[in-house]
Design a protein around this ligand. Structure first.
Ligand SMILES: Nc1ncnc2c1ncn2[C@@H]1O[C@H](COP(=O)(O)OP(=O)(O)OP(=O)(O)O)[C@@H](O)[C@H]1O
Ligand SMILES: Nc1ncnc2c1ncn2[C@@H]1O[C@H](COP(=O)(O)OP(=O)(O)OP(=O)(O)O)[C@@H](O)[C@H]1O
Ligand SMILES: [Mg+2]
Ligand SMILES: [Mg+2]
Lengths: 256, 256
């Protein structure tokens, strides 16, 4: 049973890409077959794994733009066992306008992923910072959503609206969307702000909050410049330990 | 001569809203009449100045959605002299899809701002993390663009693409777009990453780089929870000093 998990939040810079890459890397380390899909025209998930989007002939753009295209034609290997990527190119930015008026535009990714489902244990979708048609496609084909929330004031504000939207997508388009969890990211033990915001999240969203907390860690911010996930760039660092714990927590949901 | 400045970058979380609010606040302090326009469905610029979007009857959404609407009907005061806001509501998220197929959709904001031009010295536009129709509207009506770039790896990657897009908008739709500047944000003296990225920006974008550097500062992240800009929340803090310097640097362009 393949688990498709969208990593989504319209708030910019909350750790979506960092979570997609490093959760994916640790799941692969734990012998799960993992596919990452980069749904952001910034191509950060692709770049963070050492892929050069401008050198690619095909990308996730083709999945949305060409009805004949198939996902398995666009899959790139990474230098990690069990981890593959459907990369993005900057052309993906055009998709939002191309698809707007097309009927059933929200179901394209779901159709394209169906043939892949038995090949992977996990498919992780890195979303762009918006609630547009790309994030909608991700929510429609997911069995779970992880919402990274940094312990900052603005990050807290958008949460209720996002949870409402996820509920609407579940009711109208994807009854299989069963796991909706909040991941605390960039937690800085030194600041009152982090403590205060974390307590607010605990108070208001307790039953959705993952146990794992990702601390602020410079090694996590450095890793993408090496093209390696944190388990290869700085194994044993506090960022690596946290994402390892997250992978274990995500696997523990399989039994439920 | 009103200066309209878009604060734009599709990279999420690089400091667009923080720059719009605090640059605006210091310009107002220096006796400039300032209007901020919130072009992000997350409404962070509105919220950060103590406005409650859900209580509003009108917002920037109406400017885009209703041809009869006028900007001066939607202007909200703030508790600061010389600083007013055209707030956003979450409904703004629908505009991206409504406008896509409309001819001339990129020129709506320009038309709506024309009657206001003589009333303000500065109009600052807080953009959402995308290169969609809202950011396009901002670039089409601006005389300048400030691109906040945090000293992080991913932030550097998207810069060339964004500068190319700005050039295209200038040639095709807005010859008046004369000042395009990069603002270094969240600079952390303690990390090599910050030094390395800053040097890369200096090397590749030297003639566009503003002299002011905004340091990482918890007070800047705390201020929005009080609904106050940094000059009122923590005057004299390193974040306040930096944004004051930025306001002076922006004013110095007037003479050129
Ligand atoms: N726990 C962490 N500690 C320190 N830095 C982090 C951490 N997580 C992410 N970062 C850095 O913070 C920045 C934002 O993270 P990231 O790009 O993953 O967020 P995002 O939500 O994907 O952004 P966007 O909205 O642009 O897609 C990046 O430069 C990243 O390297
Ligand atoms: N110099 C700084 N030092 C510390 N924190 C900062 C600084 N500037 C901004 N922040 C915090 O970092 C987060 C991102 O900043 P901000 O929301 O202004 O970015 P943005 O580009 O507007 O994000 P979005 O892409 O979602 O619109 C916020 O929580 C903000 O309070
Ligand atoms: Mg990202
Ligand atoms: Mg913002």
């Amino acid at each position: 049973q393949t688990r498709v998990i969208a990593i989504a939040n319209p708030k910019g810079g909350c750790g979506k890409t960092t979570t997609t890459i490093n959760l994916g890397a640790f799941l692969a380390d734990m012998n799960k077959k993992v596919l990452l899909i980069d749904l952001d025209p910034q191509c950060n998930a692709s770049i963070g794994l050492g892929i050069k989007p401008h050198l690619l002939n095909f990308s996730v753009y083709d999945l949305f733009n060409n009805p004949e295209s198939q996902a398995n034609e666009i899959i790139c290997p990474t230098n990690l066992l069990n981890l593959e990527v459907v990369p993005a190119k900057t052309s993906l930015a055009d998709i939002e306008s191309k698809l707007r008026t097309q009927k059933g535009a929200g179901f394209i990714l779901k159709r394209k992923l169906e043939p892949l489902l038995l090949k992977y244990d996990y498919i992780l979708l890195d979303c762009n910072p918006s609630l547009g048609v790309l994030t909608l496609n991700a929510l429609v084909c997911s069995s779970g959503v992880i919402i990274p929330v940094q312990t900052q004031f603005y990050a807290l504000r958008g949460l209720t609206q996002l949870l409402n939207l996820i509920n609407i997508v579940r009711e109208k388009a994807n009854l299989g969307l069963s796991m909706v969890k909040i991941l605390t990211t960039m937690y800085d033990v030194r600041t009152n702000l982090s403590h205060y915001i974390f307590e607010e999240i605990q108070k208001n969203f307790k039953n959705r909050l993952l146990n794992t907390i990702i601390p602020v860690s410079t090694k996590l911010a450095e890793a993408p410049s090496s093209g390696l996930p944190i388990n290869k760039y700085a194994p044993g660092s506090k960022g690596a330990i946290a994402y390892e714990q997250l992978a274990k927590e995500v696997i523990s949901f399989e039994e439920k």
